[in-house]
Design a protein around this ligand. Structure first.
Ligand code: NIG
Ligand code: ZN
Length: 401
């Protein structure tokens, strides 16, 4: 059964070739079609995209009443598998306590103590919360287990809701290894990694990540991070890095050198980091997570400087219990526009097309692509930032979803 979606005031396709003749040259990368229609097949694949006046017949028809439709958000950085509550840590930060990664141990203890069913319930609730705000694809990291068994079960729980899972055994050095960090790096790069990729095609993770942060006593320095990433790459995983979050450090350079798909945070960058990211365009995406700067009272990264240098810039939520317990991509977009110098069009592109690329995905609204769409109770994408805090966007539920 095919479905014709009509009444679309503005369709963002992320396909510049589709931009209609009235398109603003400043946002042609969004491939906007006004007064558009989309035909979706019964299996959830897009069959046709174009102006409503030229739409073909379909078995059913749904009128969206003059709303804007965008590609569903791709949240390429989240830590949804955790139990426990760290709201007091947030409150302390609001009155000046700095973030140093130490609170991760609190979530590790609560996550280890939770049952599989409890973790499943918590993750399902967080994914539903994301969908209700327009996110249709999510990457989920492990990293609050930090034992072989707890990392594996975190990845199994994540795998039940997304194929985009990331092994983050190298989140922090757990307390029981504090006096022997090398032994923990050996565990992550040896038995843990072997178990994660044990079944080849059905590996529990598609990527490996490391919190590379010399400014935190809990996280990993450049040499340790290189060891983790090289082991992950040898095991066939794509690479992701938490880098340059708390201060200048080696994370960005390492990610670019090793061909990581993404280096995330990028809050503190030197000219050499910006140059490396620009040179790595097409391979390594700089994923900015402004909810973290909001929730840790940190300076925002200079996204304008990155875009002007030619860097691929993505936006994601980093939903996690410590630095940002917000699953809202519209919130990240509003912050990026208000605080980081992105235009509303650049922010939408960053949270869809570019974040998709960092997961190896194509997120254009085009024939043959999955119909992962979101609808706005508004006529244009500008309202995403303009109506900050108002729940105007949700994933579009189609018969197959
Ligand atoms: N920086 C490392 N990891 C998370 C925070 C984890 C936590 O504090 O629980 C982040 O992306 O900010
Ligand atoms: Zn993170």
């Amino acid at each position: 059964m095919s479905l014709l979606l009509t009444g679309i005031s503005e369709l963002t396709t992320n396909d510049p070739a589709r931009a209609d003749c009235h398109a603003d040259p400043g946002d042609s990368f969004l491939g906007i079609v006004r007064d558009a229609a989309v035909v979706v097949s019964g299996d959830g694949t897009i069959e046709w995209v174009g102006p409503a006046g030229r739409a073909p017949q379909a078995d059913e028809r749904r009128d969206l009443g003059g709303r804007a439709v965008i590609p569903g958000f791709v949240d390429s950085h989240s830590h949804l598998v955790f139990a426990g509550d760290r709201s007091a840590e947030f409150a302390a930060r609001m009155t000046g306590t700095p973030y140093d990664g130490g609170g991760i141990a609190v979530s590790v203890a609560a996550t280890r103590a939770a049952s599989d069913d409890e973790l499943r319930r918590l993750v399902a609730g967080r994914v539903a919360e994301m969908r209700a705000q327009g996110t249709t694809t999510v990457e989920i990291k492990s990293g609050y287990g930090l034992t072989l068994e707890d990392e594996l079960r975190s990845l199994r729980v994540a795998r039940e809701v997304t194929p985009h899972t990331t092994f983050l055994g190298a989140h922090v050095v757990p307390r029981e290894y504090a006096s022997d960090r090398a032994a923990y790096v050996d565990l992550v790069t040896g038995p843990m990694l072997e178990a994660v990729v044990a079944d080849g095609a059905t590996a529990l993770a598609e990527s490996i990540d490391v919190f590379c942060e010399p400014h935190s006593a809990h996280a990993f320095d450049g040499d340790e991070a290189r060891t983790v990433l090289e082991a992950g790459r040898a095991a066939g995983l794509a690479l992701r890095v938490h880098g340059n979050q708390l201060g200048h450090g080696p994370g960005v350079q390492l990610a670019c050198e090793l061909g990581a798909r993404s280096v995330d945070h990028c809050t503190f960058l030197g000219d050499d980091d910006v140059d490396a990211l620009a040179a790595a365009r097409g391979t390594t995406v700089a994923t900015l997570l402004p909810g973290v700067e909001f929730s840790t009272r940190s300076p925002y990264p200079d996204a304008r400087r990155l875009l002007d240098a030619g860097v691929d810039v993505a936006l994601a939520s980093d939903c996690n219990p410590g630095t940002c317990y917000s699953s809202s991509i519209p919130f990240a977009i509003a912050l990026a526009v208000r605080e980081m110098g992105l235009t509303p069009a650049e922010a939408l592109h960053a949270a869809t097309a570019v974040s998709a690329r960092s997961l190896g995905l194509d997120r254009r609204v085009a024939p043959g692509q999955p119909a992962e769409l979101a609808v706005l109770d508004a006529p244009t994408h500008l309202h995403l930032a303009y109506r900050a805090g108002v729940p105007i966007v949700r994933a579009l539920n189609l018969p197959h979803s």
